[in-house]
Design a protein around this ligand. Structure first.
Ligand code: GUN
Ligand code: ZN
Length: 432
């Protein structure tokens, strides 16, 4: 494989930026370059320095665009690509009216394969190179997800949902079949190529205590797998959940009693939490996943990022397609900004870009592989144009700093700003 040298304005984070002036938190090369060798980043630095040392490399000139680590989406639903923009319902009605019927179709492997291919195209078109997905209850959908990711050499996490009650028969498994099918998917896909398995009890409402026990057994038997579920998204959901588990101290306490907390445990939404729940998450390193477009669209509530982070809970960000309304992490961070504005919390644009990249990589315990442009990590990259539309071009005429430019990208940008995307060093934009 010929070495590739990508030239452009190169930006990568080292830590969470505390303010728009926190220049220690990132590295930025105005005329920079990323040298890619065998699918990995060999060196990131100054173009003139790197090009002087390297001969026989193929140079791709992306100037004046920005080169960043590819975006990471830490929570979404593969079988909900055709649920996006479903009108007029909050969580439980939305699930029953739109989502469960759409997910029932994924028993058909042809349908699952077609949507999986479209899903990854859409993710890549938006600059997302790693995704964490809930598949449907059917093994076929997880097969389609992992096969398609493997074909594209993408780093992904996912699993079939486990759900054995409070939904139509077409989307239910049983404690035994959910256990058996998850187990065989783990054996086939976990650790194969760049794939990781997430044991995925959908949420406490759709799992009986017997299924939660099966989930616990799986997680104990496969400690290096992830666990993903939903937590405290909607007030009616919380009320119903506590009716189903009357002995639990609170919503998180249910998952806790089945041993499901930990550094590889991802809790989607985590909006209406008590201090006790946040403390238990902090103590175990469990991750709260903020899904702003979904929380606004389904009318679930406002995620308290400041309280969550200040109590020591790792926070990730995600689209939550198809409760969420866009596969774009840029659109997602625009809405994150607004959700926090409503609570007098300012999310600075450097912190937004940190969250989409290194922040999410850390939340997934994958920062050694993705989320930065450090030597030795995988060459998953996105190339961004801050002047992709006439409106952005006009706005950029008066932007003077890097953080201002990032804020324009986050506020006005979408897939039109994604000029190119590289997966393991290979150009992978669907139009390329
Ligand atoms: N809670 C349980 N399942 C789901 C889902 O598919 N989407 C959202 N937003 N919340 C959920
Ligand atoms: Zn979700």
């Amino acid at each position: 494989m010929t070495d590739l040298l990508l030239r452009g304005r190169v930006l990568s984070f080292k830590s969470r930026p505390n303010s728009i002036d926190d220049i220690e938190s990132y590295s930025y090369f105005e005329d920079g370059a990323v040298l890619i060798r065998d699918g990995k980043i060999a060196v990131t630095g100054d173009y003139l320095e790197l090009s002087g040392k390297e001969s026989g490399v193929k140079v791709i000139d992306h100037r004046p665009n920005l080169i960043l680590p590819g975006f990471i989406d830490t929570h979404n639903h593969l079988p909900q690509m055709q649920v996006i923009g479903s009108f007029g319902a909050q969580l439980l009605d939305w699930l029953n009216t739109y989502t469960f019927p759409a997910e029932a179709s994924f028993e058909d492997s042809g349908h699952a394969e077609r949507i999986a291919s479209a899903y990854f195209d859409e993710m890549l078109r938006n600059g997302t190179t790693t995704t964490v997905a809930f598949c449907s209850v059917h093994k076929t959908s997880a097969e389609a997800y992992f096969s398609e990711a493997e074909r594209r050499n993408m780093c992904v996490i996912g699993g079939k949902v486990m759900m054995d009650r409070n939904a139509p028969a077409g989307v239910l498994d049983t404690p035994q079949s959910g256990y058996d099918e998850s187990k065989s998917l783990i054996a086939k896909w976990h650790g194969r190529g760049r794939g990781h398995y997430a044991i995925s009890p959908r949420f406490a409402i759709t799992s009986t205590p017997q299924q939660m026990e099966a989930t616990q057994a799986l997680f104990q038997e496969h400690g290096d797998c992830y666990m993903q579920t939903h937590l405290s998204e909607n007030l009616k959901e919380i009320e119903f959940t506590l009716e189903l588990y009357p002995d639990a101290p609170d919503y998180l306490g249910i998952y806790e009693s089945y041993g499901l907390l930990g550094e590889r445990s991802l809790f989607g939404h985590s909006i209406h939490l008590t201090d006790r729940e946040r403390q238990a998450m902090a103590d175990t390193g469990s991750v709260a996943v903020f899904c702003p477009t979904s929380n606004l669209f389904i009318g679930s509530g406002l995620f308290d990022e400041k309280a969550t982070r200040e109590q020591g809970v790792p926070v990730a960000v995600a689209t939550d397609i198809g409760g969420g309304t866009s596969c774009s992490m840029l659109r997602t961070m625009e809405e994150a900004y607004k959700v926090l504005q409503l609570q007098n919390q300012n999310l600075n644009p450097l912190a937004s870009f940190f969250m989409m990249t290194l922040g999410n990589a850390r939340a997934l315990s994958l920062a050694h592989e993705i989320g930065t442009l450090e030597s030795g990590t995988q060459a998953d990259l996105v190339v961004l144009n801050s002047r992709a539309t006439p409106g952005m071009e006009l706005r950029m005429e008066v932007a003077t700093t890097l953080s201002e430019e990032l804020f324009v990208l986050q506020t006005m940008g979408d897939d039109r700003s994604v000029v190119d995307v590289y997966v393991s060093g290979v150009p992978s934009h669907p139009s390329s």
